[in-house]
Design a protein around this ligand. Structure first.
Ligand code: MN
Length: 285
């Protein structure tokens, strides 16, 4: 499967002033796009091309898990927001009162969980197998699907989610999120099958994906990641003057940090020796 940027269910400026058009342009338009692109790159040529995003999340680790989960989490997050919020449906209100005491108590607890996450991560409202609601903190790309929960709501607390509009004030961002939560959608998720139900039975000895066993699967992915890392360290030579770009060194005089793969150099970069553009470079043999 080739992943694409999921549709944004409202106009980029529709969530202002709680979330600016500029934040959407960066967060949805650039950050999420990068996770989508990375995911496509990592699964290309591996058995992971054939499975659902949920299977990827439940069976992978490392860069593959990180990018797959970030695609899932962001899609879920942007779909949890609306410019036209409606009151919380009674069914959800009742569950929240049952499990947290009151709606204000839930919001306070959720906000504390969201602001207390050290570094980047996600705060979740999720339901366990017995129907009880929980507030769950996850770091980095974490997703409560991995622990068997059904996600109902999430708020992204990576700095990129709020820094343009709120600078370092994460708590203010969470407070403002309450003004744009699509509670109808959150309540509807109570009746959707858990996304994990779409995943092959992981308890079995081998998860059959096509004809690959789980081990072959992991091996193929590890290989693809390794090839990818090797490709990133490829040196490129200027075919006009012979100057060589080495990703290990970068080109610090032009602001290209050491460790930057050639493909990640901005398009307006030029050869420091003769001044021609990137298009005049080819991989060194
Ligand atoms: Mn984000």
């Amino acid at each position: 499967m080739i992943y694409t940027l999921p549709p944004l269910p409202y106009a980029p400026d529709a969530l202002e002033p709680q979330m600016s058009k500029e934040t959407i342009e960066y967060h949805y338009g650039k950050h999420l796009q990068t996770y989508v692109d990375n995911l496509n790159r990592l699964i290309a040529g591996t058995p992971y091309e054939e499975v659902s995003l949920e299977t990827l999340i439940l069976t992978s680790t490392g860069p593959l898990f990180n990018n797959a989960a970030q695609v899932w989490n962001h899609t879920f997050f942007f779909n949890s927001l609306t410019p036209d919020p409606e009151p919380m449906p009674a069914e959800l209100t009742d569950l929240i009162i049952r499990d947290f005491g009151s709606v204000p108590a839930f919001k306070e607890k959720f906000k504390k969980a969201a602001t207390d996450i050290f570094g980047s991560g996600w705060a979740w409202l999720a339901q366990d197998g017995k129907g009880r609601l929980h507030i769950i903190q996850e770091s980095n790309a974490g997703n409560p699907l991995r622990a068997g929960f059904k996600p109902l709501l999430t708020i992204d607390v990576w700095e990129h989610a709020y820094y343009i509009d709120y600078r370092n004030r994460r708590a203010a961002f969470v407070d403002n999120c309450w003004e744009m939560i699509n509670w109808k959608k959150v309540a509807a998720r109570l009746h959707e099958p858990s996304p994990a139900a779409r995943v092959a039975d992981l308890a079995e000895e081998t998860v059959v994906v096509g004809t690959a066993t789980k081990e072959e699967f992991a091996e193929a992915v590890a290989e693809a990641i390794e090839e990818d890392e090797e490709a990133d360290m490829q040196r490129y030579v200027c075919i006009i003057c012979g100057w060589v770009y080495d990703p290990v060194e970068g080109d610090p005089d032009s602001g290209i940090a050491p460790g930057t793969p050639f493909k990640d150099i901005p398009d307006d970069w030029t050869c420091p020796a003769c001044g021609v553009g990137k298009e005049h470079f080819e991989p060194e043999r």
